[in-house]
Design a protein around this ligand. Structure first.
Ligand code: ADP
Ligand code: MG
Length: 257
């Protein structure tokens, strides 16, 4: 595997009339190509800020974000950023919603059309392409938002609490399903989640951030012995509970004032 992303000594503050808010402080870590990284940390610590810096929406004040060319590609990896809310437009059909990015970038080629058709079929949304977002369940809307993100074929996916609107059972299923789809497509993923079980289940590596200003409190590699590939298998792995306890302990120290 080669290195896809390298953050070195990254710091970021927001400036407003009220003053300065230091959100990120001296953050360094790397992400390998094809790796799934989960980011957890106390509420308000700077997780969304960190994703926005990686996405290039915010410029770091100190330090650097380096995206590497993979060996066989000339171009930098393009980044898909899926926000916490699905942000589908109610006045557009599901099909129009998922193809909006492609239309805007004038990229709606026959190949892309075929790719979208395939994703809609795989995600069980084929029969809903002419429906409006409000006619879909929460899980289906989340899948539609993901298709829209995948449509531009990003090699790096940034997901900010993508499943937080779903009830527990749907969340387990959708998270499992979507992560398998992203893995089989060979993409790299960075996901923010509040759910420690979800972080352990999905990630190869968990980055625990401290309370604000976010620093890297710990980096925990995850390797699970899975009995089968069911959504619950990671939670039944023998390594699950020790990892959960470790995460709990690091975060408890951070949340304590
Ligand atoms: P998280 O995603 O971990 O909950 P955020 O990255 O959204 O945290 O925010 C980190 C800190 O930066 C918070 O204290 C928040 O109030 C502050 N913050 C976020 N966005 C802005 C902004 N646009 N202007 C000023 N402060 C902000
Ligand atoms: Mg956030």
């Amino acid at each position: 595997m080669s290195k896809l992303l390298e953050l070195s000594n990254l710091s970021y503050s927001y400036h407003s009339l009220q003053g300065e808010t230091l959100a990120l402080k001296d953050i360094s870590f790397t992400v390998e190509e094809g790796e799934f990284v989960a980011i957890v940390g106390p509420s308000g610590c700077g997780k969304t800020t960190l994703l926005s810096v990686i996405a290039g929406l915010l410029t770091p004040e100190e330090g650097s974000v380096r995206l590497a060319n993979s060996d066989d590609k000339q171009e930098l990896p393009n980044i898909g950023y899926m926000l916490q809310k699905d942000h589908l437009f109610e006045w557009l059909s599901i099909y129009k919603n998922v193809t909006l990015g492609l239309e805007m970038h004038h990229l709606m080629t026959p190949e892309k059309k075929a790719y979208i058709d395939r994703l809609l079929r795989e995600y069980g949304l084929d029969a809903f392409r002419e429906k409006r977002p409000s006619e879909l369940s929460g899980g289906m809307k989340q899948r539609a938002a993901l298709i829209r993100t995948l449509a531009l074929e990003p090699s790096l996916l940034l997901l900010d609490e993508p499943f937080s609107a779903l009830d527990f059972q749907t969340r387990l299923m959708v998270a499992d399903d979507i992560s398998k789809l992203i893995r089989s497509a060979g993409k790299t993923m960075i996901i923010i989640t509040h759910d420690l079980g979800e972080a352990i289940s999905l990630a190869d590596k968990i980055i625990v951030l401290s309370k604000r200003p976010a620093t890297v409190a710990r980096i925990i590699p995850v390797s699970l012995s899975l009995e089968d590939d069911s959504p619950l298998a990671p939670r039944n792995a023998p390594e699950y509970q020790p990892l959960f306890n470790e995460l709990w302990e690091v975060l408890s120290n951070e949340e304590a004032l």
